[in-house]
Design a protein around this ligand. Structure first.
Ligand SMILES: Cc1ncc(COP(=O)(O)O)c(C=O)c1O
Length: 493
């Protein structure tokens, strides 16, 4: 058996990454189908005239990211549940119509489009789902919200019929500026605040302002897929920098200038670590020396369970190099599609134009209602309430893990809505555990299936399980971990 694959002479990636990327694309565009067998590493190394070790590394990475699976004594196969199979461009799907081929050609001229795993495809089949980043549906302040919406609808004036400032409702922006000053140490006025449709929308705004083909985009590895894939779609040149227990390794920042740096300093996605103060200052210094901009994605910083949060990078920024992104998706609900960007002053005018070009602004009604919710004190009260609730769930998860598996090493527990469990050597690989859990009606995730991506040589994803806890009750958490323990025991016996 052979794969129809040859390597380009003018390779931009190293050998194992090139092979990984080629095979990944063949899987994603359907040239090799889920369940289909792949040649052995020995066969491939002979075919491509590369070392067996190179082939093994490429296969290991495909396996760690969930594209392939190995069945002991049988062989290697394309995974039946691909991490982003549902997300790939339809351009590559086979069709005989001429029109389709034409659009396929157009789309193929663009880089392969992938999008982040944001909805769990298996959710309905699961009894307990540790999917990441989901607020508790019962905690949404429905009564207060419907009253505020109704009140605004009684006297909408021309707000429902007229265009307004694309940057957002003024009083809402004022409330946001007050909130980030108190909660994140950011000094901003309402003019600095842009209302956006969540962090993802903000990233698009930033890319449209700053990124063109070849722009250096420095990202964490592992990195939130929504950011990495977006930069990829703009044909940025990605520079992955590893993350350790203190956050992004600033000593490994690349020697580039005028870059865009994407980081999640409060609670790194997906490892959950917090960027240390020392590294924050070094990163800011690097950005100012290299003329780069830092994008601070502060997606879940409202949830810190121990100590006070570190001041946001934006709050420490003396050179106006940080673009801050905040979202109401985690603390209120992702269905609202509301968030905010705080831009450096040099980008404000361009930002206003771009916001108008993109969408003429977000819906008025929700902005107005949320502004009222914040100004009457309900928002702070709501945050306090859900923080307590999530902390109890986090504790229940840690307790259940330790009880069923012995002392567990986790990352990210002091904050956020998920944690990363570092598997002990004696347990199987994360993707195998996730598959066994799924068969028992429990959703647990690898970094890749949970919406992040490892780049470069980093293979740690194989040994990490991601567990979201915010939308599950303590009882559900206990049931889920107990079932997971049985699933793993069965696998190992
Ligand atoms: C790191 C990170 N950034 C951004 C987002 C998306 O946020 P939003 O709903 O505000 O677009 C998510 C969603 O889970 C996330 O995990």
């Amino acid at each position: 058996m052979q794969l129809n694959l040859s390597l380009a002479e003018d390779r931009k990636l190293n050998l194992q990454n090139e092979i990984f990327e080629r095979i990944r694309l063949m899987i994603l565009d359907g040239r090799i189908k889920p369940g289909e067998a792949l040649p052995a590493t020995r066969t491939m190394s002979t075919q491509l005239q590369v070392s067996r070790n190179t082939m093994t590394i490429a296969y290991d990475r495909l396996r760690a990211e969930g594209y392939i699976e190995t069945r002991r004594s049988v062989g290697t196969f394309v995974s039946s549940q691909l991490p982003d199979s549902a997300l790939y461009t339809p351009a590559a799907a086979s069709s005989t119509s001429a029109a389709h081929h034409k659009s396929a050609e157009l789309m193929l001229a663009a880089p392969p489009l992938r999008s982040q795993a944001i909805v769990n495809p298996h959710h309905n089949k699961l009894t307990v789902d540790f999917w990441v980043g989901r607020p508790d549906p019962h905690s949404f302040p429905l009564k207060a919200w419907s009253q505020l919406i109704a009140k605004r609808l009684l006297a909408p004036g021309s707000n429902l019929t007229e265009y307004r400032d694309p940057c957002g409702v003024v009083e809402f922006r004022e409330q946001i500026a007050r909130h980030v000053r108190r909660a994140r140490g950011i000094i901003a006025t309402r003019d600095d605040v842009f209302v956006i449709g969540g962090c993802q929308d903000g990233l698009n705004l930033i890319c449209r302002l700053l990124v063109k083909e070849g722009t250096s985009a420095v990202i964490e590895t592992p990195c939130y897929q929504g950011a990495a894939f977006l930069f990829e779609s703009f044909r940025a040149k990605l520079h992955p920098v590893p993350v350790d227990e203190k956050g992004i390794r600033v000593d490994q920042l690349p020697g580039v200038k005028n870059a865009i740096v994407y980081v999640t300093p409060s609670h790194q996605y997906p490892l959950g670590v917090t960027l240390s103060l020392e590294r924050r200052l070094e990163l800011l210094n690097w950005a100012s020396q290299t003329g780069s901009y830092i994008v601070e994605d502060d997606y879940d910083s409202d949830f810190r369970y121990h100590g006070s949060p570190l001041t946001a990078l934006k709050g420490l920024d003396r050179s106006d190099r940080v673009i801050y992104l905040g979202t109401f998706s985690k603390c209120m609900g992702a269905g609202l599609r509301l968030g905010y960007a705080i831009l450096p002053s040099a980008m404000r005018d361009a930002g206003r134009h771009m916001k108008a070009l993109m969408n003429n602004g977000q819906p008025w009604l929700e902005q107005a209602a949320l502004s009222d919710f914040m100004s009457n004190g309900s928002y702070v009260h709501h945050l306090r309430r859900i923080r307590r609730r999530y902390m109890a769930r986090r504790d229940a998860l840690l307790e259940a893990l330790n009880r069923h598996f012995g002392e567990c090493r986790t990352l990210g527990a002091p904050a956020g809505m998920h944690l990363a469990w570092q598997l002990p050597d004696k347990l199987p690989a994360a993707a195998d555990i996730a598959r066994a859990a799924l068969a028992r009606g429990v959703g647990v995730y690898t970094p890749t299936s949970g919406g992040s991506t490892f780049l470069g040589e980093d293979l740690r994803g194989d040994r990490i399980v991601i567990l979201g806890f915010s939308s599950l009750t303590e009882k559900e958490i206990e049931t889920g971990i107990a079932r997971l323990a049985v699933a793993i025991k069965d696998m190992m016996s």
